[in-house]
Design a protein around this ligand. Structure first.
Ligand code: NAD
Ligand SMILES: O=C(O)C(=O)C[C@@H](O)[C@H](O)[C@H](O)COP(=O)(O)O
Ligand code: ZN
Length: 359
């Protein structure tokens, strides 16, 4: 079991990463709760919800709310239904919400916890590789058809209980999606970590030791940034590397048509091209492209209008005064934020999309 404590100006919580954590979930709860609502999705429900409920204390009332699996559930409709469930189950200010699932559930259940009765305790029980990122740092949100995570808050969990045994059941597509955020943590932190990540072959069974090492290092990168800038006034923006275009693609295609990680992978390729162009950076574009391609990431997109993508990029939370702001790399481990003018962005994005089509 590996424990990392996240300490910000206002909060402190533990992230536990290890095997069989769910079997002992009751002992890891920060305190006793008499009423618990487990929020999960339909896939994770059939795999792990019974196990979680079985291992919670018998003298606790436990309710389970299930939303359909997939990004389209990170919606105002599901959010409202979950609040209704919380009211019907008579959750009070001393109750607990458990977010059991990937990043979609973590963000959605976290936002329910953040807003129900002005905020009640919640813990994250992540079940995807991607959730090594989403469960840490306290960003909770739902999507708006106009843009990703436009409705949300910073609301840290009381604990993150990451049982890596759950990762064995992940489909290959979700392994790929999760690894995109691992790669992101590599690019924004250090070359040795990145080159180690790019040795992984996702088409083969992942070695548990390698996986947990990559996850723990990713959490450490995120933790160190969040501890310095919890509310994203400055360096937390670096965690958005690949997301300015990635989020635009997700919302433009319609939520769930491409996974978050697949979109971020394409977004990172674009951010590298822009870094080369604007900062004369020397970055391993081809190495990343080949690794993504060898691991079967989708690297072509249906036809998309550049103008529409740029309109979406302007709705990004980093954008100020209608200027698109991107996270670029001076080199590996040295991210910076840069405003990109519309004309330049249009030119670079057109060229990038043509390049993707032609490879
Ligand atoms: N809050 C943050 O800091 C943050 C960071 C990164 C991403 N996110 C958000 O996270 C979401 C993406 O998260 P995700 O990729 O985990 O998606 P997800 O939660 O939708 O899970 C992906 C799929 O895997 C299934 N699944 C989950 N765990 C499983 C398991 N153990 N075995 C088999 N199937 C399983 C789910 O049912 C779903 O179909 C996006 O909404 C993204 O915006 C948030
Ligand atoms: O934690 C952060 O900060 C991140 O940017 C992590 C991202 O991987 C994540 O997708 C996050 O939800 C994006 O946040 P947003 O503020 O751009 O919606
Ligand atoms: Zn992300």
């Amino acid at each position: 079991m590996h424990k990392q404590t996240i300490k910000t100006d206002t909060n402190e919580y533990d992230v536990l990463v290890g095997k069989a954590i769910i079997n002992h979930i009751d002992q890891y709860l920060p305190r006793k709760y008499s009423n618990i609502l487990v929020i999960t999705d339909s896939e994770v429900h059939s795999l792990y919800a019974d196990k979680v409920v079985r291992h919670l204390s018998a003298d606790t009332k436990v309710h389970v709310s299930v939303v359909p699996a997939g990004e389209s559930s990170k919606s105002i409709e599901q959010y409202y239904q979950l609040l209704t469930d919380a009211i019907q189950y008579q959750l009070d200010r001393k109750s607990l919400i458990i977010a059991l699932g990937g990043g979609m559930i973590g963000d959605l259940a976290g936002f329910v916890a953040a807003t129900y009765m002005r905020g009640i305790d919640f813990i994250q029980v992540p079940t995807t590789i991607l959730a090594h990122d989403s469960s840490v740092g306290g960003k909770v949100a739902i999507n708006h058809p106009e843009g990703k995570n436009l409705i949300g808050n910073f609301y840290p969990p009381q604990a993150v209980l990451y049982d890596i045994d759950t990762l064995h059941s992940l489909p290959d597509k979700e392994k790929r999606s999760g690894y995109a955020e691992v790669v992101k943590h590599g690019f924004i932190s250090n070359e040795a970590y990145l080159s180690d990540i790019l040795k992984v072959d996702l088409t083969k069974e992942l070695r548990p030791k390698v996986l947990s090492d990559h996850i723990q290092k990713g959490i450490a990168v995120k933790a160190s940034i969040v501890e310095q800038d919890e509310k994203e006034s400055n360096i937390r923006k670096f965690l958005n590397f690949g997301h300015t275009l990635g989020h635009a693609i997700e919302s433009e295609l319609g939520y769930g048509r491409i996974t978050h990680g697949e979109a971020v992978a394409i977004g990172m390729l674009f951010a590298i091209r822009v870094s080369e162009n604007k900062l004369a950076s020397k970055l391993p574009y081809n190495e990343l492209f080949c690794w993504l391609s060898n691991n079967h990431y989708p690297l072509t997109l249906p036809p998309l209008s550049v103008d529409d993508l740029i309109k979406r990029m302007k709705k990004d939370k980093k954008s100020e005064n209608a200027k698109v702001q991107m996270v670029l790399l001076k080199n590996i481990g040295h991210p910076i934020t840069v405003n990109v003018e519309d004309t330049e962005l249009t030119e670079l994005l057109e060229k990038f999309l043509r390049e993707l089509d032609s490879r």
